[in-house]
Design a protein around this ligand. Sequence first.
Ligand code: 9UX
Length: 72
Amino acid sequence: GLESLHLELGGMHCAACSSRIERVTGNLDGVNEASVNLAANTGSFIFDPALVSRRDIRQAISGAGFTSEVQS
Ligand code: 9UX
């Protein structure tokens, strides 16, 4: 079934940054929903673990120039 990932994000300074993170993660096969909150520096991702991993999602974010930490 689907799983969720909640991240604390670093390096966002404007709405284009949060949109970019939503786009690069949402473009991954298996990511069904990508929602980034600029003000809170957080992101929530719904994904199919048969198609994409938590690591894949975090690598897409770092590739776009942002940091992420898994929220407890
Ligand atoms: Mo806004 Mo974000 O000018 O990398 S796009 S700071």
